[in-house]
Design a protein around this ligand. Structure first.
Ligand SMILES: CC(C)(COP(=O)(O)OP(=O)(O)OC[C@H]1O[C@@H](n2cnc3c(N)ncnc32)[C@H](O)[C@@H]1OP(=O)(O)O)[C@@H](O)C(=O)NCCC(=O)NCCS
Length: 189
């Protein structure tokens, strides 16, 4: 599938677009939130360096064909009123055969509490069902990630699993919720 024709996406307040390879502003924009311990906390990894962000931006700039398990679409979120990356929304092809797609989100805390992550996630969830032919959309989140759990609820996702101590985050056993939605369950804008 050629995704270049289908992107970017726009919402009432946001532009969701591919990252630009080696673009210093995109790298700095991403680094601004991925360097923060409070952002990394629920992602089961340490904060990222600027060099790591540069590598992610370059990888993300090449759009996937969405034909293989593991294909990932990472879009930068920008406000319509002001340029600059404020976060990212990710779709990952968990099973091309069974059309299972994982969704994830990260927002700079300075832009939190305004509904931007929900707006971006709702648009990308609709894109997953309508354009990528996803059958089931799911999210995995740490049980302590209450902001993400509320976001899943706003999208219309059901909590369908509670995985107990299924991962190790440093020296802390992490437990996860799995939320999911089929196309008719998605709460569309
Ligand atoms: C998860 C994360 C994106 C949620 O951020 P957020 O600011 O709570 O999400 P939104 O931008 O959608 O804002 C929603 C909040 O704004 C409020 N809000 C204000 N105006 C709003 C509007 N116009 N529309 C919707 N919500 C609005 C909502 O009530 C909600 O607040 P509440 O959760 O206290 O009820 C953010 O905490 C984050 O990046 N965390 C670190 C990374 C992470 O955990 N990623 C997920 C891994 S699974």
């Amino acid at each position: 599938m050629d995704l270049t024709r289908a992107l970017p996406l726009t919402t009432d307040r946001l532009l969701l677009r591919p990252f630009v390879p080696e673009d210093p502003e995109d790298i700095d924009g991403m680094y601004a939130y991925h360097r923060l311990p409070e952002v990394a906390r629920h992602l089961y990894r340490p904060p990222r360096t600027r060099e790591q962000c540069a590598a992610v931006v370059t990888d993300a700039a090449t759009l996937p064909t969405w034909e293989n398990d593991g294909d990932a679409l990472i879009l930068a979120a920008e406000r319509a009123v002001a340029p600059g990356v404020i976060g990212e929304i990710v779709l990952r092809c968990a099973s091309a055969h069974a059309r299972q797609t994982e969704i994830g989100w990260t927002l700079h805390p300075a832009h939190g509490g305004r509904g931007y992550a929900t707006e971006a996630a709702a648009a990308l969830a609709a894109f997953a069902f309508d354009t990528l032919r996803t059958h089931r959309l799911f999210a995995r989140l740490d049980v302590e990630n209450t902001a993400s759990a509320r976001l899943c609820g706003r999208l219309g996702m059901r909590r369908e699993a509670h995985l107990v101590e299924n991962d190790l985050d440093g020296d802390r056993w992490g437990s996860e919720y799995v939320y999911a939605a089929l196309t008719h369950e998605l709460r569309r804008a």
